[in-house]
Design a protein around this ligand. Structure first.
Ligand code: C2G
Length: 132
């Protein structure tokens, strides 16, 4: 069984996220998604999520391509995750190109093109504008 892993916040889940998860699953048989915890998002990415970790986990678990959701609590947990879950391929959007090449010592590393026209930031901005 070929195992794939990816990491992300997945706040305000949208089709760009789903496009990524669909392509990630197509690279193997089992897809693990590490979702950033609320603490990790705030402390490391200065992101304040609309949905809590538990709500984001509930949404991502409902996606047909996803087999397991685990928490992302630290930048440096990836090597441990790859070893613990015997992961063959690490996948993430190409906005991170090069940032995780260190994982090539442990698994295949794939950067996939982002879905260009959608982002959580854009959704928040447009909704914020309408509420004025
Ligand atoms: N994504 C995408 N297209 C978009 C938006 C997001 O392909 N329009 C991808 C991102 O490239 C990423 C995944 O969807 O692979 C999740 O995106 P985010 O929730 O924004 O994740 P991010 O904040 O980039 O966190 O340790 C890695 C980080 O946790 C990644």
């Amino acid at each position: 069984m070929k195992k794939v892993i990816t990491y992300g916040t997945f706040d305000l889940l949208h089709y760009g996220h789903v496009n990524l998860l669909q392509r990630a699953k197509a690279l193997g048989d089992y897809l693990i998604v590490a979702i950033s915890t609320d603490e990790f998002n705030w402390n490391e990415k200065q992101k304040k999520c609309y949905f809590s970790y538990e709500e984001r986990k509930r949404l991502v678990e409902a996606i047909r391509y996803v087999d397991l959701v685990i928490p992302e609590e630290a930048w440096d947990q990836k090597i441990q995750d790859v070893k613990e879950f015997k992961v063959d391929t690490f996948v993430i959007g190409d906005d991170w190109t090069g940032k995780f090449d260190f994982l090539k010592d442990y698994c295949e590393v794939v950067y996939l093109p982002r879905t260009p026209e959608i982002s959580t930031t854009q959704i928040k901005a447009e909704l914020g504008g309408k509420n004025k």
